[in-house]
Design a protein around this ligand. Structure first.
Ligand SMILES: *Cc1c(COP(=O)(O)O)cnc(C)c1O
Length: 383
């Protein structure tokens, strides 16, 4: 209550994006919605609720705390997969809740097996394979003992998934590396099969791979950024449409972030605006102060660079972004007063401020800009 800004989430945009994703999947491929990082800053509970209403029934989070939050916030239980980290303290809870667990080392496998026996339940595991990302996953040399272990302990663990993660599928520069990851994963997949171990799901593709590597192996994709209406990067979008002049876009941003003017000031020519000397008024100016700053996730890198929309017109940021406020130039925009609506991200009267435009200006990836949006900003679901 009483927060200084609001994030709106559009149901219509989400539907559009889900249709677009489905259109690009291979026949029979299932979609798992990745909602780590507070659903890429959109707000996990609100986003998951929307996505479930739109037919999504499978979610992935990075860690057990996010899984806990998701389970507590939904009435109907979707399939849920922890892709990354899980501490021993959370394992018992996760197994009881039938949460699917990524496993990338033998210690964790042993622990899961013990707990599953104790609980008299089969734990659902996804085995991660290290194919070239050099992050997590069983290595090639571990595969023979892993196959043996899985066959011995079939009674305690359900071999639900086999997966790997690509080291940068969004960029053509990584083509050689990704292609060899694909080859490696296919080989390892067949050695599992020939040992009588066929996972329910095998998966490798993230958002970028859906478009750049449509033949990436698996009957499941784990997609994050694309469902929110963002291309992983501009290169992927251009490659998809093959048009660099006027690149089309079938995705629609779900997010819109708005606030209201908290004060309006006149500044005389020759005055510095805000802290220090980063902005000098070269003429008499009218400025508006907005109650949003870097504490809310509005990047300080956008000082003197970013802009907002007021009455459908662009108002450039002047001076540095403060912790809880920023100042914009409203010369030439009539009718700006305390309480006037301001769009920080999204559309107003046909004009728009995109996260992309910020990211290009501030060198922040979409991913990073989005996940910095403070969880305390209220999220509202709109049509
Ligand atoms: C974050 C993540 C994804 C989703 O990535 P996007 O680029 O947002 O689609 C998929 N798999 C793993 C292992 C991840 O960590």
């Amino acid at each position: 209550m009483f927060e200084t800004s609001t994030i709106e989430l559009s149901k219509k945009a989400l539907k559009n994006n889900l249709n677009f994703i489905r259109k690009n999947l291979s026949p029979g491929q299932r979609f798992c919605s990745v909602v780590k990082g507070n659903a890429y800053g959109h707000g996990t509970s609100e986003y998951v609720q929307m996505a479930m209403n739109a037919g999504v029934d499978y979610f992935a989070v990075h860690a057990a705390d996010e899984a806990y939050q998701l389970v507590s916030g939904t009435s109907k239980k979707p399939d849920l997969f922890i892709i990354g980290s899980i501490e021993n303290a959370a394992l018992e809870w996760a197994i009881k809740e039938d949460i699917e667990l990524a496993v990338f080392d033998f210690q964790r496998l042993e622990k899961i097996k013990e707990l599953a026996r104790k609980l008299n339940k089969k734990a659902r595991i996804h085995i991660e394979i290290e194919t070239g990302m050099q992050r997590t996953g069983f290595t090639v040399t571990q595969i023979p003992s892993l196959l043996n272990w899985l066959n011995v302990h079939k009674g305690s663990v359900l071999f639900h998934g086999l997966f790997t993660h690509f080291a940068g599928a969004e960029s053509q520069a990584n083509h050689f590396r990704i292609s060899s990851q694909i080859q490696q994963f296919k080989l390892i997949h067949s050695s599992f099969e020939s040992n009588g171990l066929t996972p329910v799901y095998s998966h490798s593709a993230c958002s970028a791979a859906i478009f750049n590597y449509p033949d990436a192996p698996g009957n499941l994709v784990r997609a994050g950024i694309v469902q929110f209406g963002f291309w992983p990067n501009k290169e992927t979008q251009i490659r998809y449409y093959g048009d660099t002049e006027n690149t089309p876009d079938d995705l629609k941003r779900i997010i819109r972030w708005t606030t209201r003017v908290m004060a309006v000031q006149q500044v005389a020519k020759g005055q510095y605006i805000g802290y220090g000397t980063s902005y000098l008024a070269l003429k008499n100016m009218k400025i508006a102060i907005l109650p949003v700053g870097y504490a809310h996730g509005y990047s300080r890198n956008l000082s003197n660079i970013g802009s907002v929309l007021i009455h459908g017109k662009s108002a450039p940021i002047v001076g540095t972004i403060n912790m809880n406020s920023m100042t914009v130039d409203v010369n030439g925009i009539d009718g700006v007063e305390m309480g006037t609506n301001v769009v920080l991200i999204g559309k107003q009267k046909g004009k728009s401020i995109t996260v992309n435009s910020f990211s290009e200006q501030s060198n922040l990836l979409n991913y990073e800009m989005l996940t910095r949006l403070s969880p305390t900003i209220p999220r509202i679901i709109t049509q």
